[in-house]
Design a protein around this ligand. Sequence first.
Ligand SMILES: [Zn+2]
Length: 155
Amino acid sequence: MLQSYNGWPASKDPEEIGIKNYPVPGTNRKLRCAEAVAPLLIGFASEFHALIEPIDEGGLDDWGYAFRMVRGSTDRLSCHSSGTAIDLNATKHPLAAVGTFPADKVPMIRALAKKYGLTWGGDYRNRKDEMHFEVSINAEKAAKRILKLSKGLTD
Ligand SMILES: [Zn+2]
């Protein structure tokens, strides 16, 4: 089985890895992601919409599953390939651009990402990807985190 670089199973066939299309609560948008991590990515997207900036204005620029390499790479499968990453408001936060969010929102972006077990592409060491959020915990930890969140606990 192929894996994206965060260790989650990746496939060209979305059914094989349990990809489904999930509505983001509070918005008219849907995101395709893996069932095993959907509560993390969708919960995050919903809070991002409420607390950081709306995701359902303007064009359709919010994405989940897509089988592809990391842009610019020939052998590293993007976390979008496993349905464990989302891009939000891509047109406002283009790849490689830095400082696309107001500075006063950044601590909340980081806090929300941490709450849901995600890494923010704005914290990548090399090329920044501020639209991008990916699951950075394994399946066991993700299941535990989802259970905790479902009980209203955060840490
Ligand atoms: Zn992305």
